[in-house]
Design a protein around this ligand. Structure first.
Ligand code: NAD
Ligand code: ZN
Length: 342
């Protein structure tokens, strides 16, 4: 089968012919319809420090997907051939304390599809049946293909009660904008998103985020005054991984504020811990999606009108994958969806 492979420990990805994976007794084989490019795939493309340390070569990459079940192992009985599915890209051990307590997202032994084991940028993907998420008929393929990052946003945004709260989202990448839209949908009072990239700021405006702030050109404090925020933010969703954004968030929180951190910083950076202490802030780190509560909530949000389709800025055929990666690397894109059919 055709697959996008990290074939050599250097920049790039290569389309190669590799064997179709064989499902084990508890696995399903999925024929891929559409995939989307994640920031992680871009790191693997560039072969930065994180990738070189984490990804064994050769590796079929990719983990944002939708497809159709075409085969399954003898013990896999929950789904049927022909069913349209996406799936959780974190494969957990099932035997550690958190797994046995039903907290799979906190597994100590998580393996990433397309990172530690063969991924979804291929004609066929093999994953455990327990990782499969069936897609309701009213949800389009391209939306199901971006459920992984939407799940990151939903997990982060729903970490704290947002009803009537003032919410700051730092970073208007696809996940930040999704997080802001979720906050608005579930009843936040004011939602403010920040970025420094004009393309991303414009995308946030077009997607209908309430208040979009270019922190390269205006101060967050001034905007808070303009929109009638006399105190600070109640909830912060850190979606940039940028040190100045995190530092600004801590400075602009109200006492007792709650922070959910998703953005991954490239290097360590200083934090004003005394402000965290005197403001009595709560901080929660977020990795992936809750299994499988986030998936249920995300599907319900989409079915009740959460529309993230405008975040898909590039729709290409997989044969044009180099264009897709170039768009992601430029920063002038939302989600890039790659079609494996036709
Ligand atoms: P992205 O890189 O597309 O978006 C990040 C945005 O932050 C960019 O638009 C960038 O311009 C902006 N930014 C940079 N400096 C800023 C500043 N000072 N203030 C405000 N914004 C600033 O990333 P994404 O795909 O939307 O993902 C969001 C973050 O979440 C990334 O850091 C990514 O690595 C991370 N991530 C974490 C998980 C997890 O499980 N924890 C999963 C997926 C992604
Ligand atoms: Zn485990």
């Amino acid at each position: 089968m055709k697959a996008l492979v990290k074939a050599r420990p250097e920049e790039g990805l290569w389309m190669q012919n590799v064997p179709v994976p064989e499902p084990g007794p508890n696995d399903v084989l999925i024929k891929i319809k559409k995939t989307a490019i994640c920031g992680t795939d871009v790191h693997i493309w560039k072969w930065d420090e994180f990738s070189a340390k984490t990804v064994p070569v050769p590796m079929v990459v990719g983990h944002e997907f939708v497809g159709e079940i075409v085969d399954m192992g003898a013990a896999a009985r929950t789904y049927r051939i022909g069913q349209r599915v996406s799936g959780e890209g974190h494969i957990v051990c099932g035997t550690c304390r958190n797994c046995r307590a039903g907290r799979g997202h906190l597994c100590r032994n998580t393996k990433g599809v397309g990172v530690n084991r063969p991924g979804a940028f291929a004609e066929y993907l093999c994953i455990p049946e327990s990782n499969v998420v069936p897609i309701p008929e009213d949800i389009p393929d391209e939306i199901a293909a971006i459920f992984d990052p939407l799940g990151n946003a939903v997990h982060t945004a729903l970490s704290f009660d947002l009803v009537g709260e003032d919410v700051l989202v730092t970073g208007a990448g696809p996940i930040g904008i999704m997080g802001a839209l979720v906050a608005q949908k579930v009843g936040a009072r004011k939602v403010v998103i920040t970025d420094i990239n004009p393309y991303r700021l414009d995308l946030a405006r077009r997607m209908g985020v309430q208040h979009v702030v270019d922190v390269g050109n205006e101060t967050l404090r001034d905007v808070m005054d303009e929109i009638g925020m006399t105190e600070g933010f109640d909830v912060g969703l850190e979606m940039s991984g940028a040190a100045p954004a995190m530092q600004q968030m801590i400075a602009r929180m109200n006492n007792g504020g709650k922070l959910a951190l998703l953005g991954i910083a490239p290097t360590e950076f200083p934090v004003d811990w005394n402000t965290v202490i005197f403001k009595m802030l709560q901080i929660k780190g977020i990795y992936g999606r809750e299994m499988y509560e986030t998936w249920y909530k995300m599907i319900a949000l989409v079915q009740s009108g959460l529309d993230v389709s405008g975040l898909i800025t590039h729709r290409i055929h997989i044969d044009a994958f180099e264009q897709g990666f170039a768009a992601m690397i430029s920063g002038n894109s939302g989600k890039v969806v790659m079609d494996w059919e036709g």
